[in-house]
Design a protein around this ligand. Structure first.
Ligand SMILES: Cc1cc2nc3c(=O)[nH]c(=O)nc-3n(C[C@H](O)[C@H](O)[C@H](O)COP(=O)(O)O)c2cc1C
Length: 226
């Protein structure tokens, strides 16, 4: 585990400030609480270790204050800076863990219920959880999930906007998967896109969780933007 954490801390960070922290949860009691905060996704209880990656200016702000330097990191851009650092460290961690044969899963629910996670993990001001990785020994090695063709995400020299035809072509393979047919049947919907807009990531939920997360950013001291 130390090599994996070492790999995480080798990720590039803004100005080498390393404005992130990683909270490791191994105690079952804390995992149970995190499980609630992550909408009861069972892997939180099942995984031997849960890693919460946090945007963290607390440590850096303290260092500045103790060194006669006045920190100006209580704004939204600083949150983004710290969140990017945390996410780069998380992805380094994920690649290193998989290279050792471990299985990982990201949990997007971290930002949905950030205020609960802040309570559970005792995160002080200037610290906001941005993603979580559950890590364990995989029971099986599943087949790779599908991806859009590389050309769907790469633009040479400048952005080439998508036409109706290119969208049809780039999504054709995904839409033709057996898994897609199964999802459409289960959800009684006409298109895969509707599964995203009506079931998985609805506007209503997005607005609810946006406002909750903005409250968290305010409370943790990242929204002093004047
Ligand atoms: C930021 C982020 C959040 C995610 N959140 C969840 C989650 O809450 N629950 C879950 O089961 N999978 C989650 N995933 C996993 C994705 O669904 C998964 O990566 C995607 O389906 C592609 O599969 P693959 O990673 O095996 O290629 C998340 C992935 C990312 C990158």
């Amino acid at each position: 585990m130390n090599s994996i954490l070492e790999a995480a801390t080798r990720a590039s960070t803004t100005g080498n400030m390393q404005v992130y922290s990683i909270i490791v949860t191994s105690e079952q009691q804390i995992k149970e609480k995190l499980w609630e905060a992550h909408f009861r996704q069972n892997m939180v209880k099942q995984a031997p270790l849960v890693f919460t990656f946090c945007a963290d200016f607390n440590r850096f702000n303290k260092w500045c204050s103790f060194r006669e330097a006045i920190p100006g990191y209580d704004n939204f851009l600083s949150f983004m800076t710290a969140a990017i650092d945390a996410l780069l460290a998380a992805q380094n961690f994920a690649v290193a863990a998989e290279s050792f044969g471990l299985g990982i899963c990201y949990l997007g629910t971290t930002t949905y219920n950030a205020e609960k996670i802040i309570d559970i993990l005792n995160l002080p001001g200037s610290v906001v959880p941005v993603t979580t990785l559950v890590v364990g020994y995989p029971e099986e090695v599943p087949e790779l999930t599908d991806r859009l063709p590389v050309e769907a995400v790469v633009h040479m020299e400048s952005y080439q906007d998508y036409s109706r035809e290119s969208i049809d072509r780039l999504y054709a393979e995904k839409e033709a998967l057996t898994l897609t047919a199964k999802l459409l049947e289960e959800n009684q919907l006409k298109t895969l896109a509707q599964i995203f807009t009506q079931k998985r990531y609805t506007k209503k939920d997005n607005i609810t969780f946006t406002n909750k997360f903005l409250d968290v950013l305010r409370k943790q001291g990242f929204m002093n933007n004047e």
